[in-house]
Write a protein that binds this ligand. Sequence first.
Ligand SMILES: Cc1cc2nc3c(=O)[nH]c(=O)nc-3n(C[C@H](O)[C@H](O)[C@H](O)COP(=O)(O)O)c2cc1C
Length: 319
Amino acid sequence: MGEFLKPLLIKNVKIKNNIMFAPLAGISLQPIRICMKKFGAGLTFTEMISAHGLIYQNKKTKNMIDIKKSERPVGVQIFGNKPEILAEASRIVEDMGVDLIDINMGCPATKVVQSLSGSALLKDLNLVKQIVKSVVASVKIPVTVKIRAGWDEKSINAVESSHIIESEGADMITVHARTRSQKFNEFNWDIIRQVKETVKIPVIGNGNIFTPQDALRIFKDTGCDGIMLARAPLSNPWIFTQIIDFLNTGKFKIVTPKERLKFILDFSKKFVKYRGDRGIYEVRKFIGWLSKGLPNASELRKECYKTNTLKELVEVIKN
Ligand SMILES: Cc1cc2nc3c(=O)[nH]c(=O)nc-3n(C[C@H](O)[C@H](O)[C@H](O)COP(=O)(O)O)c2cc1C
């Protein structure tokens, strides 16, 4: 099993292992990325960031790229639909000292697809080609692309899009194994296997990996070079260590409620410190996920929702 766990070289960037934490809008903030890295993730990404916003010197957009030296390597994910704007945004990102750029070709959000970005790009493979070509030509750092199986069941084209993405010089492809129109419970890992058989650059499998056993299965079934997890680590950040242990030894440790509570306390302090005033409200959703399975979890969540200061929150968790 140990043969599946390995370091990766993405162009010239070395990744200590091939288990990654996904870009998640509104979630993949610095404290979350640092925590996933601490638990073993080999690579993390920022949430998707508007290329247009970066170019027009939107300060708020630039502030979304807040990467600590100690958490590197981190990829910055950008979205947009104009090759020249994505290329220019990539140059800005590169100048900020970022390790790699990921292009979003998977976002299903109505607002994003209406502007023909995200997963809507998969409906126009010529545009996919122009975008990858322009971005690759504009920077020296690695360029990676995150795609879906396709737009809908009638247009599954991950094999074609991957072929184009590789031909235009991208350094890695992540395949989210569902179409834009599929719900979260529908997925098909076989599309990852098909992409892996098509291209030579590293292929990362993503979609519905919730346990170390799932991780082993996706490696075996698809031959992928690495895996990416999004939702599972939100309630179980330990999953990175668990997968690494399972692939190495066939065993892994389940965290105790005490360890979980201690983590919630530490994480909440760090998160609120990082986000300032709004942090106390934003941290609630993380506590909601992290407390899953704890005895009296709903009570804890209810009490946390009543707090307005970090001091109050710490008291609630301690009690
Ligand atoms: C709340 C939420 C936000 C997401 N934001 C992004 C994003 O910014 N960029 C992206 O490429 N994918 C995004 N995704 C998709 C995930 O990265 C991932 O592909 C998907 O959740 C499947 O992985 P999973 O089954 O491990 O959750 C998002 C998913 C969720 C649930």
